[in-house]
Design a protein around this ligand. Structure first.
Ligand code: BJW
Ligand code: ZN
Length: 254
């Protein structure tokens, strides 16, 4: 039996499914993963140096402009067949939850619900000083022109600088999101882990958490990221090809 057949059998047998997704699921929508080199204006920067609280402290305008640019880029992107496969499975009657590390909103735009964001969202802002959520007028969300740096807006409550509502290294994950993700992962029958390198903790522990709770785990990735356990199935290939093929092999009517 091929891995695709084994995975299709698991999908037919198990109706309570969690999709655990990373940057790879949005790659075919044109959103670079964390391993890709930056393009255009940002080629001279390394994302790892822009995505930290220290970077924001040292150069808030640079970091704020980088996130404004990414927000614009995500706004132009469209969900791809991988995102649609996830929402179609729910329409076909499966009990589907999405736990994503991504800060884009492509799962939501493909029609999935609930979508739990472990690393926050590009659409949210919060105050760097008092941590309260903030709101922005649309004029404050204009994409920076070439080389233009825009200072972050100020918090209406304390005057502190507003920052993107994402989770940087060394910061805790949003407590409610983490708790709700763990609850769903521990009670699912099947976890499909799509397009994640599995190195960033604590999210990277999620597939093992599902296995330990007795679930079957399917990995979908262009690289072999499975550990070869008896309850693990590795599907090698791009998410936009593999997930529609999996639904088709399982006979899911779409
Ligand atoms: C495709 C594809 C296609 C491509 N189809 N596949 C325990 C041990 C060691 C370290 C730690 C630990 N606990 C905590 C830490 C520290 C740290 C950490 O994990 N460091 C590691 C690097 C070692 N973790 C944290 O700091 C976390 N906080 C925390 O734990 O708080 C408690 C604490 C506080 C204080 C001290 C210590 C602990 C927070 C982590 C926040 C991560 N933030 C980012 C940035 C978000 C904002 C932004 O985007 O700007 O989140 S980093 C980045 O990595 C982003 C992602 O969500 C995350 C995961 O990356 P992902 O999604 O896996 O993407 P890639 O690019 O790595 O991989 C893409 C994959 O797709 C690849 O496998 C490709 O092959 C594949 N692919 N095309 C299918 N078409
Ligand atoms: Zn504030």
């Amino acid at each position: 039996m091929t891995n695709l057949q084994r995975a299709a059998e698991a999908l037919r047998a198990f109706k309570k499914v969690v999709f655990f997704t990373g940057a790879g699921i949005s790659a075919e929508s044109g959103i670079p993963t964390f391993r890709d080199k930056l393009t255009g204006l940002w080629t001279k920067h390394e994302p790892q140096r822009l995505e930290t609280a220290n970077a924001f402290r040292e150069n808030p305008a640079l970091v704020w402009s980088w996130y404004l640019w990414r927000r614009h880029h995500v706004g132009q992107a469209k969900p791809n067949p991988a995102h649609y496969s996830v929402s179609q499975l729910a329409v076909a009657g499966w009990d589907v939850s999405v736990v994503t590390q991504n800060i884009d909103d492509l799962h939501e735009r493909a029609g999935s619900s609930p979508v739990i964001h472990l690393h926050g969202s590009l659409m949210d802002v919060k105050c760097f000083a008092c941590h309260r959520p903030g709101t922005l007028a649309s004029a404050q969300l204009e994409t920076p022109e070439e080389e233009q740096l825009i200072e972050p807006p100020r918090c209406a409550r304390c005057g502190g600088k507003l920052r993107p509502g994402v989770v940087w290294f060394g910061e805790n994950l949003p407590e409610n999101s983490w708790r709700s993700a763990v609850r769903r992962v521990k009670s699912c029958e099947l976890l499909v882990s799509v397009g994640t390198s599995g190195v960033v903790m604590p999210a990277a522990a999620i597939p093992d958490m599902a296995l330990a709770a007795g679930a079957t785990v399917i990995h979908v990735n262009i690289e072999d990221v499975g550990f070869g356990g008896t309850d693990e199935i590795m599907l090698l290939g791009s998410a936009g090809m593999v997930l529609p093929a999996l639904l088709k092999a399982a006979g899911v009517a779409v």
